[in-house]
Design a binder for this molecule. Structure first.
Ligand code: BDR
Ligand code: CA
Length: 329
């Protein structure tokens, strides 16, 4: 019998409904070991993000270390969280929460990332699905971090698909464009899972309901409630989503890339982030590496990013379904 490959992961997240879907996918998948969860502002405040990460792991019966990270963008002014998308509590406005006993690890998220990377050099994959301030700060604490991590996979950005917070910007990059540019130029093995692929994969609400019916468990009931709220937002916004109510799989796809990268078509290039002005938050990829652009910032010395451009949506959905329908709770 083949032993599945094992991926040791630190999950950097702003839960958030699709963040919750991704967390449960990771906890359910036999090849993924979630070593710790680091949290950031984004879909909710960082305090709420940490509360949600603790709550979701406790409901699933897992005692994974959770740390609290950055509370605001590193340079630009903070904005209010999008309560109309994820709910004021980030989980679709739960009517009640049961008491749980999981407690926060006192370390700041950036310090936790550095400590773990130093303790297990070359072993850990960082999957980051929120604004990128914790990674930016960790790079400042430990400039050698790119050599200490196995790889970094981010859900964020977009190359050809229109943005979701401006015509060119995706929300996670928009929320902290300066940190994102640091991450894109840091020199680690970096894969960007952006709207080019996440807008191709829709998770039907009916599937999440079937998962809840299969388990009869508070964890999947909570997820189903949250997805119902989230799907309402997407269904109201996009006519093609309204045909079968559901939501985009955004953050889940970062984990699907981790375990089944063959489901994605990749392009490679230098990616930079516009940090100011009308295009703020735009992720720009140099797709013409045979041209030598003389402008500053596009030199041959800049690190390349692998960018997911196409995806096998049906296979992704099947994997999501098989994993969460399995006996993991
Ligand atoms: C990203 O922004 C957040 O709202 C989602 O959780 C996802 O990480 C999509 O643009
Ligand atoms: Ca997220």
């Amino acid at each position: 019998m083949n032993t599945p490959p094992s991926f040791k992961v630190i999950y950097d997240t702003d839960p958030g409904v699709d963040d919750a879907m991704a967390l449960y996918f990771a906890l359910a998948h036999p090849a993924i070991e979630v070593l710790g969860i680091t949290t950031t502002f984004g879909n909710v405040t960082v305090e709420q993000a940490a509360i949600n990460a603790l709550y979701l792991t406790a409901l699933a019966g897992k005692n994974v270390p959770v740390t609290q990270g950055v509370a605001r963008p590193c340079r630009k002014p903070p904005e209010l969280p999008p309560a109309h998308i994820h709910g004021a509590d980030g989980l679709g406005n739960l009517t009640a929460r049961v008491a749980t006993s999981n407690r926060l690890d006192p370390r700041a998220s950036a310090q936790y990332i550095v400590d773990m990377a130093r303790a297990q050099p070359g072993d850990i994959t960082l999957v980051a699905v929120g604004p990128l301030g914790n990674l930016g700060l960790a790079l400042k604490l430990e400039p050698g971090l790119p050599q200490l991590l196995r790889e970094v996979i981010i859900m964020g950005g977009t190359i050809t698909e229109p943005g979701n917070v401006s015509p060119v910007a995706e929300a996670n990059v928009w929320n902290d464009p300066h940190a994102a540019d640091l991450v894109f130029t840091a020199g680690w093995k970096l894969t960007m899972v952006g709207l080019d692929v996440t807008h191709r994969v829709r998770v039907p609400l009916s599937l999440v309901e079937r998962i809840a019916q299969r388990h009869h468990h508070l964890a999947t009931d909570t997820l189903s409630h949250a997805v119902q709220f989230y799907a309402h937002f997407y269904t109201g916004l996009y006519a093609h989503v309204a045909q079968e109510p559901g939501c985009f799989a955004h953050d889940v796809l970062a984990f699907i890339y981790l375990v089944q990268p063959e489901l994605f078509t990749l392009a490679h290039g230098v990616v930079r982030v516009a940090t100011e002005g009308l295009a703020q938050g735009q992720t720009i990829m140099n797709r013409r590496d045979f041209l030598h652009y003389p402008q500053a910032g596009w030199g041959k010395d800049k690190a390349l990013t692998q960018v997911c451009m196409q995806v096998d949506a049906a296979q992704c959905l099947q994997l999501f379904s098989d994993t969460l329908m399995s006996d993991w709770l």
